[in-house]
Design a protein around this ligand. Structure first.
Ligand SMILES: [Zn+2]
Ligand SMILES: [Zn+2]
Length: 79
């Protein structure tokens, strides 16, 4: 009773590093992403741009692979 149908929360949704909106979508190329909000393009890098730590790229679109394990920064670089 009274179940409110809320929009599904998607905490794992990749957030655009540029506009910080959750509109990052995988592009045609592997490791490439495009923000459908600001139309900026990004690529997933193997070395963290923030702390220089190597990350593990998993061929998945999960945002977990986009976050540096060391500094929790984004592993996405604008291209
Ligand atoms: Zn954006
Ligand atoms: Zn890092």
């Amino acid at each position: 009773m009274g179940v409110v149908e809320s929009s599904p929360a998607l905490p794992d949704r990749p957030v655009c590093p540029n506009c910080h909106e959750p509109w990052l979508r995988p592009a045609n190329l592997p490791g490439r992403y495009r923000c459908v909000n600001c139309l900026h393009r990004f690529e997933l890098v193997s070395v963290c741009p923030t702390c220089g730590e190597h990350g593990t790229i998993v061929r998945m679109s999960s945002s977990a692979t986009m976050i540096c394990n060391t500094c929790k920064g984004s592993m996405l670089r604008e291209i």
